[in-house]
Design a protein around this ligand. Structure first.
Ligand code: PFF
Length: 446
């Protein structure tokens, strides 16, 4: 396949696109609940350390490959490997990435569908005046209703595939320009509101006073997986976006901006959510239902609460929309590379993800006592193994390819940070990021 000529229209557009991919369920839904399940501050610190030492350098590696190859992930990897005189088998890494995003999108679409349902319910005043236990019971009833869940999952997936079918960079740029600033504004308002609650100070204490005795090898695995997941790194999805990166833009600057914006969303969401949890005496380790129960409780008796809550779920929906478009892109790019038209590729991907998503929907009702590994339902499995094992594994291979295999001159040019910047980045990837992923993966899995 030939090189792509499509480009993001500006540096800002590129940063917004990658931020759009990064900021999503990972920040607003997954971060609070896994921080809750893993003891708070020590987990938070570990996750930030992984973002800096692993997420950021590997993100640069991933985008750099796409930028140097200027093709879909499989084709870029194959092309650059051949250029370096190395094995063309590297292209299978692109396929592994496509498989990873396939698994992730199948649960992502289901949970994003929850925000459609909750948005409609919130705007129509469905949560007004309800108590915490009533809202919790309402959430359980929702999960137990496969039809309602399937409807929302379907709606969300159609929204995603329509944009992907049209071609990513056009539609997405406009969406991001409007969406990202609005999301930050609302989160700041929410965190400000949280500051007036009785649970605000206990929440800050819990989030920022680490208890290192809580750290086990599994907590390391969760934190590492989450760093990859939240930055959208490790599945070749950002590689696909790197192919459209403009020519004159330093990659490290853009990557740091994205990471800061991404962690900021997680922290703001965490502060808002845990303030409610501590004010209401709820359990921080409540699990995947955390935001879907705490926020309606927080807004239930607030003036204009229905509107603000609806707006929050609308923004959550929009944030997950831009991420799921990014999740779908490597699969569609791969099928296109095999000769399918973009629209047909989007249709095939959409249908397959929809089907597997149904198993996630049923994991909360009909299949709720079918356990696959340990106590994991199908939903538990696809929402844990791909983010925590596949993404780090993919990230490891991406890092090895960019720092050891790819032609040095190509990598230097695509990083666009000067010779010293390049040497620093490569040293960090070679001697810090790669060994760290190996150590954490091996120690967590044995
Ligand atoms: N970063 C997204 C989030 O935090 O919701 C999820 C994600 C997108 C993961 C793209 C992986 C990916 F390739």
């Amino acid at each position: 396949m030939n090189q792509t000529l499509e480009r993001w229209s500006s540096r800002r557009a590129f940063i917004l696109a990658v931020t759009g991919a990064a900021v999503g369920l990972g920040n607003i839904w997954r971060f609070p609940y896994i921080t809750g399940e893993n003891g708070g501050a020590a987990f938070l610190l570990l996750y930030i350390a992984f973002v800096v030492l692993l997420g950021l350098p590997v993100m640069m590696a991933e985008i750099l490959i796409g930028r140097a190859g200027r093709r879909g992930p499989m084709q870029s990897l194959g092309h650059l490997a051949r250029q370096a005189g190395s094995s063309g088998h590297w292209r299978w890494l692109g396929l592994f990435g496509a498989f990873t995003v396939f698994c992730i999108l199948s649960f992502y679409s289901v949970v994003s569908g929850w925000s459609i349902d909750f948005m409609v319910n919130a705007f129509s005043g469905g949560f007004v005046g309800k108590t915490g236990p009533e809202i919790g019971a309402g959430f359980d009833a929702f999960l137990a209703d496969p039809l309602r869940m399937t409807l929302n999952h379907t709606l969300f997936l159609v929204m995603t595939m329509v944009v992907v079918a049209a071609g990513v960079s056009k539609g997405l740029e406009r969406l991001n320009n409007l969406l990202m600033p609005l999301l930050y504004l609302l989160l700041i308002v929410l965190a400000g509101h949280a500051a007036t609650m009785a649970g605000f100070v206990p929440a800050l204490k819990w989030l920022f006073t680490p208890d290192f005795s809580a750290l086990t090898p599994m907590v390391f695995i969760h934190a590492m997986g989450h760093a990859f997941f939240t930055l959208a790194v490790g599945a070749c999805a950002l590689m696909a976006y790197g192919a459209y990166m403009p020519d004159h833009q330093s990659l490290p600057g853009a990557a740091v901006a994205v990471a800061v914006l991404d962690v900021a969303v997680a922290l703001l969401a965490g502060i808002a959510i845990f303030s409610v949890v501590f004010t209401q005496g709820m359990d921080p380790a409540e699990g995947p239902g955390l935001v879907f129960v705490t926020l309606p409780v927080a807004f239930a008796d607030l003036p204009g609460g229905a509107f603000w809550l609806g707006l929050f779920f609308l923004l959550l929906l929009l944030a997950t929309w831009t991420s799921s478009i990014n999740l779908a892109e490597p699969m569609v790019a791969t099928l296109q590379g095999w000769g399918l038209k973009r629209r047909s590729a989007a249709l095939v991907v959409g249908l397959c993800v929809w089907l597997v998503g149904l198993l996630c929907v049923l994991s909360f009702s009909t299949l709720s006592d079918v356990y696959l590994i340990g106590q994991m339902t199908f939903f538990g499995l696809v929402s844990t193994i791909p983010p925590e094992v596949f993404l780090p594994l993919g990230g490891l291979l991406i890092a090895i390819f960019a720092a050891w295999v790819m032609p040095e001159q190509e990598a230097l040019r695509a990083l666009d940070a000067g010779p010293n910047g390049f040497r620093l980045w490569r040293a960090v990837v070679r001697w810090v990021s790669i060994p760290l992923v190996v150590v954490v993966l091996v120690s967590g899995l044995i």
